[in-house]
Design a protein. Structure first.
Length: 364
């Protein structure tokens, strides 16, 4: 019988400062507390996340978030079995803040330290919420990432494909900026799309004419820019209905691309012969109802279960880091105080890198 473990998780890879406490065993854990402090107001005037501002905010807020998480769980650090922390990938200043705090807590308390890949945290979230058996197919789709993964264990991921340029969340944000809408762009573009006609502007569906599961969204953004500029040239501006129609067309294009690529990924996954096939989705963009509906349809076509964790666990949070740390700790993984923050850390190290394969290594 597995021992029940209680883990403290710390997350600071982008612009959410978070701490959480999770208790249980692999596939049977619960969230005792989860504290997330966003930074939207700090970055709003800049139209995006400013790394230096984010890092400073993390340094100022992390210890308070940890104290709140322990207090909300009714525990002290002495009650914790291990400390899990996002060690990458992400904005390096923020990741360093989290790793430094976790190392300090570990050194001071003697508690084991586990460095967790931020992407693994997202990929293992369905195990926390719904406990699917391995292997399952995961679409990780967010502001900074988009990839199809076969998840075989906390340490074994096979990437079937992903974006070769912009992530979907990034494309939603850029679309919002092009149309004069506030940030973050995902929710507001989705709201505008409800009022629009998705067929008025026939935007491209990039890479559907190519085999494989890779995606591209930068060309779609460019096509939307040209459609907007054509409207401006024609009538010296755009109407609210024009904006809604552009949002609807953009969202429909993204949904169509992701559905077709998910269909191809499912076909490859099914070849493994999983006893209970499962398609899961995580990341902030998973909250988009149009995309979710498209993915649910694909899962149904293959007789697979569709799982999507609650939104609070889809966006960046520390509960997913604590849970990933729990599974890794059960497997015997433990880091020492030489643990270093990593700006780039691909989950699947056996596949060719897709993004940022420069001197610092591949992001994904």
């Amino acid at each position: 019988m597995q021992k029940t473990l209680t883990l403290l998780g710390i997350e600071s890879s982008c612009d959410d400062t978070a701490a959480a406490v999770v208790r249980g065993t692999s596939g049977a854990a619960s969230v005792l507390s989860s504290v997330v402090e966003g930074q939207t107001s700090l970055h709003a005037e800049f139209g995006g996340v400013v790394p230096e501002i984010a890092a400073r905010a993390h340094a100022e807020r992390l210890d308070g978030c940890v104290a709140q998480a322990l207090s909300h769980a009714g525990l002290t650090l002495a009650d914790i079995d291990a400390i899990a922390v996002t060690a990458g990938p992400g904005l390096i200043g923020g990741v360093m803040s989290g790793v430094a705090l976790a190392k300090g807590l570990s050194a001071g308390s003697g508690k084991p330290l586990i460095g967790v890949n931020h992407l693994a945290g997202h990929a293992l979230t369905p195990r926390l919420t719904d406990a699917p058996s391995y292997p399952y197919l995961m679409l990780l789709v967010s502001g900074g990432h988009c990839q199809f993964l076969i998840v075989r264990s906390p340490q074994d991921f096979t990437r079937l494909g992903g974006t070769i340029d912009d992530a979907p969340g990034e494309a939603f944000d850029k679309t919002a900026r092009l149309l004069g809408l506030p940030q973050p762009g995902g929710p507001i573009v989705e709201t505008e799309a409800l009022k629009g006609d998705p067929k008025r502007f026939r935007l491209p569906r990039p890479l559907l004419d190519r085999a494989g599961c890779d995606m591209s969204f930068s060309g779609l953004k460019t096509a939307l820019l040209r459609a907007r500029d054509a409207l401006v040239a024609e009538k010296d501006g755009i109407t609210r209905q024009d904006r809604a129609d552009l949002c609807a067309g953009f969202q429909a294009a993204v949904s169509d691309v992701m559905a077709e690529k998910a269909r191809r990924a499912m076909a490859l996954y099914i070849e493994l012969g999983p006893i209970q096939p499962v398609l899961t989705v995580a990341g902030g963009v998973a909250a988009n109802k149009s995309i979710r509906a498209a993915l649910e349809t694909v899962a149904a076509e293959f007789g697979a279960q569709f799982l999507s964790p609650p939104l609070a666990l889809c966006t960046d949070n520390a509960a997913m880091i604590a849970y990933a740390g729990l599974e890794l700790f059960e497997m015997g993984q433990q880091d020492d105080l030489t643990l270093a923050a990593r700006p780039r850390w691909p989950l699947d190290t056996s596949s060719p890198s897709m993004l940022g394969s420069g001197k610092k290594g591949a992001k994904a």
